[in-house]
Design a protein around this ligand. Structure first.
Ligand SMILES: C[S@@+](CC[C@H](N)C(=O)[O-])C[C@H]1O[C@@H](n2cnc3c(N)ncnc32)[C@H](O)[C@@H]1O
Length: 346
């Protein structure tokens, strides 16, 4: 099998983060490198951005408020900006903001170039480092929606008193798992962030989250980091529903438990650990301004002001669609129930 030959070219077994990096971002085989639609109705999954443009509109107003009241430079940096839909709404509604998009996927990068290159205040880079080299220390806002859940993670499993790191290897053309002793780096992470892993449980080790947050903090002279994602607190790790961790695949809007299947054909994602991002933030001089559910956040920035009263009977009218989307953002049973918003400040 060609993929397996590529994947295990350097060694017989590789850690999960290397596997995920390949499955998502490899130039030839990676999910985010091929040109099939990933986001929205015709893709594999929805993000809040694709529910309705009102999501980006309200957050754009909030960004402008933060910039005005804190005297920041009018610069928004969005990392992991996908197909550029969020950026487009912000640019259309806030012509005075400079929008910097950072997108690693070649496919999404090209989609954004087509969609947004007519905005003179739009810039795009393939990685944060490229942006950092140009802007050094900047004042403004760094935003991401569902970036951290797309970063490759390591996986550990506890058996009895021992914690092992889970690796993957090829066995007669099939990818299977193998347990190995944990490295010092993984051990330090478990101790530093006080992860309690019960016997028989597995969980993710999010070293890339730490690197990415540190990079953000270092590049920010003054301003805010606004992170929206699905995640858990450390205490949730003890819950039986977390026994197998949170790593999973998404293929055509279906959840796929076996992330070792469909290599390169589906998204692989896992919940962020908010305690890790908050603690690592403090270590990088980032204070927490607020941390709450997405619906509470959207209510606090005035989402309900966008409701329109109308007499249209057509459920597909623009007014009906808008009101329905607002409802789904606000209800505890809607899309927001899974998402939290962390706002950090420097
Ligand atoms: C789950 S999608 C979310 C897209 C978009 N933010 C949205 O809400 O619709 C994650 C995106 O992050 C991008 N990405 C992952 N790691 C990245 C990194 N280190 N730098 C920039 N983009 C990254 C992926 O290519 C993908 O387009």
């Amino acid at each position: 099998m060609k993929i397996n030959n590529e994947l295990f070219i350097k060694s017989n077994s590789i850690p999960y983060d290397e596997f995920i990096n390949f499955a998502l971002y490899d130039k030839n085989f990676g999910y985010y490198s091929n040109s099939t639609e990933k986001l929205g109705k015709n893709g594999d999954f929805y993000t809040s951005v694709h529910v309705h443009t009102v999501f980006a509109k309200k957050i754009g107003e909030y960004f402008s408020y933060l910039i005005r009241t804190n005297n920041l430079n009018p610069i928004i940096v969005e990392v992991g900006s996908g197909d550029g839909s969020f950026a487009k709404t912000i640019l259309e509604n806030n012509p005075n903001l400079k929008y910097i998009s950072i997108e690693k996927s070649n496919y999404h990068y090209q989609v954004q170039l087509e969609k947004l290159s007519n905005f003179s205040n739009f810039e795009i880079y393939k990685c944060f480092e490229e942006f950092k080299n140009k802007y050094k220390k900047f004042s403004g806002i760094i935003f991401s929606n569902e970036l951290f859940d797309a970063l490759p993670v390591k996986v550990v499993k506890r058996i009895g008193d021992t914690i092992y790191e889970v690796y993957v290897k090829d066995e007669n053309g099939k990818i299977v798992e193998e347990l190995k002793p944990v490295t010092n780096i993984v051990n330090d992470y478990i101790n530093t962030y006080k992860l309690e892993i019960l016997d028989g449980y597995r969980t993710e080790i999010r070293l890339n989250d730490l690197d990415v947050l540190q990079e953000f903090a270092e590049s920010l002279h003054r301003g805010y980091i606004v992170t929206i994602d699905y995640g858990y607190r450390n205490t949730d790790l003890l819950h039986p529903s977390r026994k197998n961790g949170s790593l999973r695949g998404f293929y055509k809007h279906n959840l796929v438990e076996d992330v070792l299947s469909n290599v390169g054909k589906m998204d692989i994602t896992s919940h962020v650990n908010w305690d890790v991002l908050i603690d690592a933030g403090y270590k990088n001089n980032l204070d927490v301004v607020s941390f709450c559910r997405q619906n509470e956040f959207l209510l606090s920035i005035g989402l309900l002001d966008e409701l329109v009263s109308h007499s249209a009977m057509d459920p597909f009218s623009e007014e009906s669609k808008l009101n329905r989307a607002i409802k789904s953002f606000i209800l505890d049973t809607g899309i927001s129930q899974a998402f939290d918003v962390l706002i950090q400040k420097k």
